[in-house]
Ligand binder design. Structure first.
Ligand code: NAD
Ligand code: MG
Length: 380
């Protein structure tokens, strides 16, 4: 039995992960769950999956579940509890399904213990890719990407030599606005931006898809996961989200991975790799899809995507600044305090103003994240 610890179990990836494990119940068991504050759903999950421990990050919310847990289920709270669970409690697979920078510290604890990391939380690699991948090498920890693009590339690279890769091609749905004029962004509403055509996801990543910074974060994630320079990573808009990404080799051959836009498949692959396991998920019916189309992304329109390429090229803590500014901007947009078109402006200002530091120690990364948040809050 493989013991699975899911961080962010009440989110879109977390809930999908639990349903994947239900189908794999002969080989996988849920031992730990963490949430920010949704104790109602957590309580349902505890009744169903019977974990040995849970962490509720929000201490006041933890009061709601304290007396409802079975005696054998340990309750931890706050960020300290999250770190303690990651660094001390018993599990084999760490599923990083929480959103944002908050995923970094617990992931590092799991990496230091040499665990398998099924990583959805791309922000971890964006802000500290060098540190995390070095720690993985030192501790024999392996990251299995859950992000569908990176899972696709991982699958395309099986049996191949990285030296023979000419480039990676990340596909992007383009989000709800890919064919709108830039002038539309001025008055784009939260509801419109949350209305993603293909994927049902948490609100932060859905806004990231609308600005296309999500693809930029994924370019940075791919750079660290596969060790390729920014020049060897392309983005192409593919509105049907059937091809999840591609690898082009030095002989011109291209391998692609296809499937329905359903995160259960990359989640299952990250858990069962190197095995493939039968399931009852939907199957892709190509004739019913009819055609697959591709477009060049417009970097003038999707400035956030360009800023992400620039930040990766600049290096150092620039991706951390980009990420922190984006997290603040997205949260303010969701609260209707700024316009959609303000998001790239705030990120650009942060990249130009917050000092970039070329050192990858954890304290520096935390400091850079804090300073950037403070700076962007100040602008708003
Ligand atoms: P979500 O908002 O649906 O869920 C986030 C989860 O994290 C919730 O369980 C929440 O309780 C928990 N959480 C939030 N803030 C926390 C904090 N400070 N401390 C502890 N827990 C916290 O998000 P999601 O869509 O499931 O995305 C999760 C991650 O996976 C993100 O990094 C996202 O970019 C990535 N991802 C998601 C998808 C998708 O289809 N949803 C696809 C690819 C990658
Ligand atoms: Mg993705």
């Amino acid at each position: 039995m493989k013991k699975v610890f899911i961080l962010g179990s009440t989110g879109s990836i977390g809930v999908n992960c639990l349903s994947v494990i239900e189908n794999l119940s002969e080989d996988f068991e849920v031992v730990g769950l963490t949430v920010n504050s949704n104790t109602e759903l957590l309580h349902e999950q505890v009744k169903k999956y019977n974990p040995k421990f849970v962490v509720v990050k929000d201490e006041s919310a933890s009061q709601n579940i304290k007396d409802k847990l079975p005696t054998e289920c340990e309750l931890l709270t706050s960020e300290k509890g999250l770190l303690k669970a990651s660094s001390e409690l018993d599990y084999d697979i760490f599923v990083g399904a929480m959103v944002g920078f908050a995923g970094l510290a617990p992931t590092i604890e799991a990496v230091k213990r040499g665990k398998r990391i099924a990583l959805a939380n791309k922000e971890t690699l964006v802000v500290a890719g060098e540190l995390v991948t070095n720690l993985c090498r030192e501790n024999g920890s392996e990251i299995l990407p859950v992000d569908s693009e990176h899972s696709a590339i991982y699958q395309c690279l099986i049996g191949e030599n990285l030296n023979e890769v000419e480039k990676l091609v990340l596909t992007a749905s383009g989000g709800p606005f890919w064919d709108k004029d830039k002038s539309f962004f001025e008055n784009a509403t939260v509801e419109e931006a949350l209305d993603h055509p293909n994927w049902k996801m948490g609100s932060k990543i859905t806004i990231d898809s609308a600005t296309m910074i999500n693809k930029g974060l994924e370019v940075i994630e791919a750079h660290w996961l596969f060790g390729l320079t920014v020049k060897k990573i392309d983005v192409v808009i593919h509105p049907q989200s059937i091809i999840h990404s591609m690898v082009q080799f030095v002989d011109g051959s291209i391998k692609a991975q296809l499937g329905l836009p359903d995160m259960k498949l990359p989640i299952q692959y990250a858990l069962t790799f190197p095995k493939r396991v039968e399931n009852n998920f939907g199957r892709t019916n190509l004739p019913s899809i009819g055609s697959l189309t591709f477009f060049e992304p417009d970097l003038n329109k999707f400035e956030c995507l360009k800023l992400a390429f620039d930040a990766l090229t600049e290096g150092g803590a620039a991706p951390c600044i980009l990420n922190a500014a984006n997290e603040v901007a997205v949260s303010k947009f969701l609260q209707k305090e700024i316009r959609f078109s303000h998001i790239p402006l705030l990120i650009k200002k942060a990249l130009n103003s917050v000092e970039n530091i070329f050192s990858q120690d954890l304290a520096t990364i935390f400091e850079c994240d804090r300073k950037t948040r403070e700076y962007v809050q100040g602008l708003i």
